[in-house]
Design a protein around this ligand. Structure first.
Ligand code: NAD
Ligand code: UFG
Length: 336
């Protein structure tokens, strides 16, 4: 298939482009590089030995995006492009609503106009807010607690309305849990612009000596060791989930929503121990107070994705840490 990948230069997008190329698909990336660089795109081509095309384009700019649709005949779109930092979304909500929602509206409008009605959308476990129980199933209530999460839910609902109005659309909404790790080559990985907000990139920067110590946000949660529990999923498992979702759109059209997680939770202290083992480096840490907005436990029930997409996550936390460390140690300053 010929796939347009929005946000394809970013962390999850770049790993997915690699999986798509390896699965034999043709890839065209549209990215404004607001949170990424061009380097991963050339590295993906080196790793796979295949070419991809890319456009430096902001999705909110309809005329520019229209030219991309004019020059290609896409079979499907994978829509990653968006801003994703929870804390920043609380500080500058309008920038998040504008970028994520207007960008999506422009994209969907052009897809309809050019007859490209197959889409895989990057949603997030954050739409569930604080779950009443775990593991989380797709049918659970949604109640995001921050503007970023609300943009994800609103875009999901726009897609549901689009499908209700025109059932020719084929839509897979993927709710990711906590993506971590890197391609095993160590050539592409996560490259945060500033001090990382998320656990795994922060631990990696402590291991490589760029940060002195990790702050563990709370050890008084009702979990087995008191620290927060999450469903960490290897980014390559996640990338492969998108290839499965595309196949599903073709084989069984319609609209469906899937959790992409492993179904297993790991605590902050367990992640620190796994990273120390993988890297052979000590990870000094200090217990700090809880981070506002954090929840105690979050992990997926991934049974629906297994049943309908034929996909399960294969890689465990040791492999996630080994691959994250290979990327970080080979590229201590990321892509620069
Ligand atoms: P990322 O920031 O690395 O990638 C997003 C890409 O989109 C970047 O390359 C950025 O430059 C691009 N972009 C942003 N706004 C754009 C616009 N208006 N026009 C064109 N390009 C634009 O993020 P990621 O971690 O790869 O996440 C990809 C998607 O998955 C996002 O939609 C994110 O919300 C979602 N998601 C991420 C996580 C996570 O923890 N990483 C979890 C759940 C969901
Ligand atoms: N944590 C620390 N110290 C840190 C960073 C994180 O102790 O420096 C803890 C958090 O308190 C939490 C766990 O590590 O218990 C994971 O935190 P992350 O920030 O890595 O991930 P979150 O689960 O908070 O959120 C991430 C993304 C969201 C997304 C969500 C579910 O940031 O956008 O996963 O996909 F919605």
């Amino acid at each position: 298939m010929n796939i347009l990948v929005t946000g394809g230069a970013g962390y999850i997008g770049s790993h997915t482009c690699l999986s798509l190329l390896e699965a034999g698909h043709d890839v065209c990336v549209a990215d404004n590089f607001s949170n990424s660089k061009e380097a991963p795109l050339s590295r993906i081509q080196e790793i796979t030995g295949r070419r991809l095309q890319f456009y430096r384009i902001d999705l909110t700019q309809k005329a520019s995006l229209s030219r991309v649709f004019e020059s290609h005949r896409f079979d499907a779109v994978i829509h990653f492009a968006g801003l994703k930092a929870v804390g920043e979304s609380v500080r500058v909500p309008l920038a998040y609503y504008y970028n994520n929602i207007v960008g999506s509206l422009v994209l969907f409008e052009l897809m309809g106009a050019y007859g490209v009605k197959n889409i895989v959308f990057s949603s997030s476990a954050t739409v569930y807010g604080e779950p009443e129980k775990v593991p989380i199933q797709e049918s659970f209530p949604v109640c995001p607690t921050n503007p970023y999460g609300r943009t994800k839910l609103y875009i999901e609902n726009i897609l549901r309305d689009l499908y209700a109005a025109d059932p020719q659309w084929n839509i897979a909404i993927l709710r990711y849990f906590n993506p971590v790790g890197a391609h095993p080559s160590g050539r592409i990985g996560e490259d945060p612009n500033d001090i990382p907000n998320n656990l795994m990139p922060f631990i990696s920067q402590v291991a490589v000596g760029k940060q002195p110590a990790l702050f563990v946000y709370g050890n008084d949660y009702p979990t087995h060791d008191g620290t927060g529990v999450r469903d960490y999923i290897h980014v390559m498992d996640l990338a492969e989930g998108h290839v499965h979702a595309l196949n599903r759109l073709r084989a069984d059209p319609g609209l469906a929503t899937y959790n992409l997680g492993t179904g297993r939770g790991a605590s902050v202290l367990e992640m620190i121990a796994a990273f120390e083992k993988a890297s052979g480096k000590p990870i000094p840490y200090k217990i700090a107070s809880r981070r506002e907005g954090d929840i105690a436990v979050c992990y997926a029930d991934p049974a629906l994705a297994e049943k309908e997409l034929g996909w399960t996550a294969k890689r465990g936390i040791n492999e996630m840490c080994e691959d994250a460390w290979r990327w970080q140690s080979k590229n201590p300053d990321g892509y620069t």
